[in-house]
Design a protein around this ligand. Structure first.
Ligand code: 0O2
Length: 229
């Protein structure tokens, strides 16, 4: 399967598959491709868990409440490609879906989100492809979160491969809202305008609370244990 290696021993994910092949969840290629995404996710999760523990050990305060991850299901991959109007090929999956491997970091406070994003951006071996600040520019739904599209190097037997993941970084408040909205509205086929309007209003209220909590946390935690002051 792995047969194209350039002089730097770098493997391209596209070189493992024929880009025009149609995605088929029962074939070997799909399983192997998902293995590559899972491997990248493990690398990234290790880096992030270490960061979380380091902040806890050295600064006695962890800005990170939790880190979770998931691999996008076959059904969600197909749904998203259809929604974006792409043919269901491996090439389109690899080149146009950023979040086949998805990681979510939930921080206590809003300003911690930016500090964690900065720390990830400073990792020497992580390539930052894109930054999406849905906190400064919330989505129409009211969705707030900070997204990083990254690539991490993974060592395989025949070389190194850079594989993409999406990291969503948000405050507890933003996470609370988006989890509920995801269930009630985001994936729903119904177009309930009144529910949408209310959810948007609640997103703004949560944002106000987030701002107030950030000020409170500054006042209280800066005095003693706050990290990176
Ligand atoms: P799921 O089920 O969470 O995996 P683009 O790349 O801009 O063409 P894309 O890939 O949708 O479009 O990127 P975007 O907008 O940055 O969103 C990526 C993910 O952010 C989504 O993945 C959701 O997890 C989350 N998200 C975006 N908008 C909303 C929203 O309005 N509400 C909620 N609750 N979550 C949102 P998926 O694959 O769409 O969904």
């Amino acid at each position: 399967m792995i047969d194209i290696i350039n002089q730097n021993n770098l493997l391209s994910i596209n070189s493992l598959l024929n880009e025009n092949d149609m995605i088929n969840k029962d074939d070997d290629k799909f399983r192997k491709l998902m293995f590559l995404y899972k491997s990248a996710q493990r690398e990234l999760m290790t880096k992030l868990e270490i960061l979380k523990e380091e902040l806890n050990e050295f600064y006695s305060y962890t800005p990170i409440e939790e880190i979770t991850c998931r691999i996008k299901s076959y059904d969600s991959i197909i749904k998203k490609l259809n929604k974006k109007g792409y043919a269901l090929t491996y090439g389109n999956l690899i080149n146009n879906l950023n979040d086949v491997s998805g990681i979510r970091i939930v921080c206590n406070f809003k300003d911690d989100v930016y500090k964690i994003a900065e720390l990830i951006e400073s990792f020497q071996d992580v390539r930052i492809l894109e930054e999406r600040d849905y906190i400064k520019n919330p989505k129409k739904s009211g969705y707030r979160s900070f997204h990083l599209i990254v690539e991490v190097p993974v060592n395989f037997s025949r070389g190194i491969m850079f594989i993409r993941s999406e990291i969503q970084i948000r405050s507890l408040g933003m996470n609370f809202w988006s989890q509920l909205e995801h269930q009630i509205n985001y994936k729903s086929e119904n177009d309930n305008a009144s529910a949408k309007k209310r959810l948007m209003k609640y997103a703004n209220i949560i944002d106000e609370i987030d701002n107030k909590l950030s000020i409170l946390s500054d006042d209280e935690l800066k005095k003693s244990k706050r990290f990176l002051n």
